[in-house]
Design a protein around this ligand. Sequence first.
Ligand code: PMP
Length: 398
Amino acid sequence: MFDRLEALPPDAIIALMQQCQADDRPDKIDLGVGVYKDSAGNIPIMQAVKMAETQIVADEKTKTYVGTTGRVTYREYMLSLVLGAEHPALQAGRIASTQAAGGSGALRIGAQLAFTAAPDASVWVSTPTWANHIPLIGSAGFAMKSYPYYNRDTLGVDFEDMLTHLEDHAKAGDIIVLHGCCHNPTGADLTPAQWDRLIPFLNKRGLLPFIDLAYLGLGHGLEKDAYGVRLAMRDCPEALIAVSCSKNFGLYKERVGLLAVLCETPDQTQIAQSQLGMIQRTLISMPPDHGAKIVERILGDPELRRIWSEELTVMRERMRGLRHQLSDALDVQGGEHIARAVIDQNGMFSTLPVTQDQAITLREDHAIYMTNSGRINIAGANGDNIPTLATALLDVLS
Ligand code: PMP
């Protein structure tokens, strides 16, 4: 039967990564894949993670199954990290949750839950969005649609266009995918004032937010980055939040995530909770445990938590510093608007106004690797190669 299958092209970002690895130019700059790198170009294990892991390995007595929705304590700690311990939705018992295999697992379970409840809804994603949103959420069965978001001329968010488009085209009950912070691939986030307008808009139109929070703490800090999520969970009747611990704990391959579901009443929350267990069971049976245990240990131990939070601050500030350096280097005639945008944008990514041909020229002539859409991972740069990067960018853009 497998002779009926068609070969698929390699994943674009993996292909880019491999092309970069095969490039033997010593001064190559890899701005491709979305992982945090330190100034030496390593993808480090955080010290707090190593410490927690050592304790866990010493203490662990069994490898038995964890249950379909994962560790209760992990979920509690994660919810209070994301929402704050005193959040009204937590206190009202309105949040169902499950441990998930990364943010991706959380998105997939969330999509399945929503599809079970509302198969006729459409799901709206920003233009552009993280490429995997469409297959991950779409594979639950949803019709996927898109709303305007990033303006490649101003390099900012077209907020009015976004609202107008949703006002005109989305129907009550539709689901709107939003990036909690550090929008991937653009780095262009909604401001608190825009969240303040968006949430009542969604409520008035009967639209349900599905917020993807994959970079908490990597934009402006743990509290500020959670602004939109906390607001939605306070003011919306229903919402979905998919959280990833891949980037902010550096736990990529351990597959750690959380799905939180805001329901209207505690009774509905109980029902949603039972559905989450069944959905996970149907998809992968049980979530992986090791990474969630690490996160649980870090969040539950004041000393480990302090160390983790300091390490997270170092990561965030390194990326902020690189943004400033790149901005300064681009702040010459013709580069001013990019210089401004690079500072205004948050987290790992920016989408630069380069065409596909220009991205290829950067690769071939300058050994600078970014996606063909112009997305850069700023953590792939360092203080030494920023001047080369800026000169090459200005060269291809002129
Ligand atoms: N959402 C966004 C926007 C992402 O960028 C990523 C990771 N690239 C994820 C979700 C999922 O990450 P993971 O499944 O590795 O936790």
